[in-house]
Ligand binder design. Structure first.
Ligand SMILES: [Zn+2]
Ligand SMILES: [Zn+2]
Length: 289
């Protein structure tokens, strides 16, 4: 375990701020009841306790999820069990019911009713316990090897999807940018930390400033979906000196909740001429938006 270069240290790294996050993906456990734990410290939030418990297991060569000492960041057994591909909507990656049936043509009801501004979405698994701990330890614990592992698994997922449905590799990968304030607090952008190894493994270009955050946005957590979308208006713009006309952009984030943030970023890319936008997200909330 090591702190990222230039990141805050000590309590700043290991203790997330108490307030709600500035956007959807930063809000853990929105729909999950906290599980009481006898090891919780007095006054400790469920999030902080969950992150601390995970960090304790993150010894070198110990699986980040089960603690088994072996060679991988996440052991093969946990990866197989927790990140097993499920039938998902090929557009938004929402899990589909058993009745959906196999095949690349599967779309969820919401995407059929109102197609989102992105074209495809690849995710590793659901944003639910215990695998949500991977993202929590990355973001709030600064455990950057997890970003490398997530990037590697997403590259594998993309290559598998290429073979299955012919999904082309992107021309460029771009992270969802953090606000300047959030970036200063955290010291790194977890989406960029995932995008970098993903781009390296796929052999494509990664552009950290392809999208710019034009303004900070109030916390998404307390808003319903229409309010989230309104909240994000003019939040993103194309970064200076970037051109996405005719390009296939892979938009990288750690978590997808309602999809409002990623949808708005995709809309901006399409408005600037992007030919295709594929979301590449580590974990996605399993329920409806
Ligand atoms: Zn394990
Ligand atoms: Zn869908």
């Amino acid at each position: 375990m090591r702190a990222p270069a230039g990141a805050a240290t000590g309590s700043q790294v290991y203790a997330p701020t108490a307030g709600p996050a500035a956007d959807g993906p930063d809000v853990p456990h929105a729909a999950v009841a906290p599980v009481p734990c006898p090891q919780a410290r007095p006054g400790e939030s469920a999030l902080r306790h969950h992150a601390r418990r995970l960090l304790r297991t993150l010894l070198p060569a110990a699986c980040a999820l089960c603690g088994t000492v072996q060679d991988e960041t996440v052991c093969a057994g946990c990866a197989l069990e927790l990140l097993a591909p499920l039938p998902r909507c090929r557009c938004c990656a929402r899990p589909l019911g058993r009745s959906a049936g196999p095949g690349a043509a599967s779309l969820c009801a919401q995407c059929r009713y109102e197609p989102p501004p992105f074209d495809d979405a690849l995710v590793l698994g659901d944003y639910a316990r215990p695998q949500d701990g991977l993202v929590l330890a990355l973001k709030f614990g600064g455990v950057l090897p997890l970003a490398d592992w997530l990037g590697g698994e997403l590259a594998r997922r993309w290559q598998a999807e290429s073979g299955r449905s012919g999904l082309a590799l992107p021309d460029v990968l771009a992270p969802i940018p953090l606000s300047a304030q959030r970036l200063a607090e955290r010291g790194f952008n977890q989406s960029w930390e995932i995008a970098r190894p993903l781009a390296r493994r796929l052999g494509v270009r990664a552009a950290p400033t392809l999208l710019a955050r034009l303004r900070d946005t109030p916390a998404q957590a307390t808003l319903d979906l229409p309010a989230r979308q309104a909240n994000l208006q003019d939040a993103f713009g194309l970064g200076a000196s970037h051109d996405v006309a005719g390009q296939h952009v892979g938009l990288v984030d750690d978590v997808m909740t309602s999809g409002a943030t990623l949808g708005e970023a995709a809309r901006v890319l399409k408005a600037n001429g992007a030919a295709r936008v594929t979301l590449v997200v580590a974990l996605r909330t399993p329920g409806p938006a």
